[in-house]
Design a protein around this ligand. Sequence first.
Ligand code: BG6
Length: 656
Amino acid sequence: MSVNDSLIFSTAGANPSDADAPTEPCVMLVFGASGDLTRRLLVPALYNLACDGLLSENFVLLGTAIDALDTESFRARMSDDIRQFHTRQSFDEAAWSELVARFHYMPGGFGDLKHFESLKSEVVRLDLLHGARGNILFYFATAPKFFGLLCENLYLSGFKGGTGFRRIIVEKPFGTDLASALQLNRDVLAHWNEDQIYRVDHYLGKETVQNLLAFRFSNGMFEPLWNKNYIDNIQFNVSEVVDVQNRGGYYDSSGVLRDMMQNHMFQMLAYLCMEVPGSFEPDAIRNEKAKLLQSVRVYSPDEVDRFTVRGQYGPQSDDAGSVVKPGYRQEKDVNAQSSTETYAAARLHIDNWRWEGVPIYLRSGKALWKRGTEIIVEFKKAPERIFRGTPVSALGANRLIFHIQPYQGIEIQFQAKVPGPRLNLQRVNMRFGYGDAFKASRYTGYEVMLYACSHGDATLFSRGDLVEAAWRVAQPILSRWSETVPEFPNYARGSWGPIEAEALMDRDARRWHEVITEDVIRAVPLFKDADRFLHEQIILALRPEQLAAGEVVIKKGDVGREMFLLVRGTVEVLDDAGHVIKELSDGDVFGEVGLLTSMPRIATVRAKSAADVFVLAKADFARILRDNPSFAESIKRVAAERYRLVLETEALLTPH
Ligand code: BG6
């Protein structure tokens, strides 16, 4: 998707014919300019806008922070960092030189009014020099504890008056609990108006998140189904492979509920479940979002116990039992007895006419097996009884899956008849991939935010009432959790999360729908040489199965006809005497030789705990190979290298 296309939608409040106009002229005054956010996201976003001709020629940046830099050293530092953090295919020296020449820096403390007066004089000078028309955009790329102080000092030093706009962009987190968020709103609004405050949630900068509204409201076929009459449940999943990554100090006072759910996930929830707005005007959308979050049930302590689960990752060990990666409590700047959750799952209730009785499940965690953000809308099943007397024993639910990242797309799953004389069904899908339909560009998400803010379009920013509504839902959970000491760690690094999250679903007789991504399939050695198309074919052919503890999955001597991908749980590989020689866990693959030959299995595999697996049957694999002969050649190569198996193409292509 070209940047121009992407911006047409995001600037809903602006005149559509201006969609590829550059940003409004302005001086951007960045507090915290020497910090991580500026170099990783803000500057690369400005650079992208500049490269795409979307940054006004009358734009100028003044950075400030306590660090003793000057304009020259600031420019030098940014010039180093941009080479590391830019997101474009190639680096455009000329565009960068032109941009960085408009960067300035003044050191100073956020509590020092004298410094604010100097900043003011400098802003006036730069405004005149660059023709910024008196417009000032303040960017608070600082810790939240400074937000109130900055608002006050900007006001006291006379920044509010004068011609041109004054807009303040505030980074997350907006408050650390309900009381602090309410206080922060009071502090910020003491001197500034709500329509001057732009609270960032970078998830709203993601194309796939913005598309939730386009999808719902520009297509006639979904909205009539979008309610409790047709939808059984909705699942929001944000899994991260990364751990706390040197952010232990911040994270230990935050946790996943504050860091991901209360903001990013609630934003997606609001988009997906809100009522139809009267127009695409920023406040029409923001009214509906706030109303939706106000309808989410605020839990009693007892409901928190019933409907939420928290977890924390422990260390990862190798086969010999040695720790290869630390657990959360061993991370830098983390309390060794920390009760901070790195994983959370919850069932929420939306108490309104549209969603009453439809469970809304959310889960998110760090140091998990797979990276992926997906929203799964599961429809009510068709009646199975009408298939009695046919080979069909169970029907799967129709699902609409929004793949937010890293794969970006939308998928619909349904049943189709398998060709042949009998009535057999198989799950199939229809899929739209952003990369196939649009020329995809990799943006940081901040381009759209800066662009929209410069045009005064607040659609993508959170209004104070939404933030407060989100905290009202999160607060009782935080409060209840703080009353008890959890038994942490309760999930291993690299796993699918704590087992309690399964129990949450089991109680409702439902299951988390696991989306297997291309990354997962690419990590299987046998498939490493396949392309994206083939990976997707394999993903579609996977069939979910559950194993009971103690169940034998593979028996030595039997002829195997399938491969297993272990999603969750532990299985044991046994020798002839029944001794455990190896344990496999989340993300491991076993039995893959069964896809290649009809040789008997060489070991027994038994489920140690209840486990979820995906099964790839040889018949399906052979079909994929028959349709893609060059893939068969690559499989033969890998089989020879890895398993020392010399295979005939014919054997690979036979279904049995
Ligand atoms: C940030 C959180 O807001 O979002 C991080 O502070 C998290 O902990 C990040 O990793 C996830 O963002 P994304 O865009 O990678 O999903």
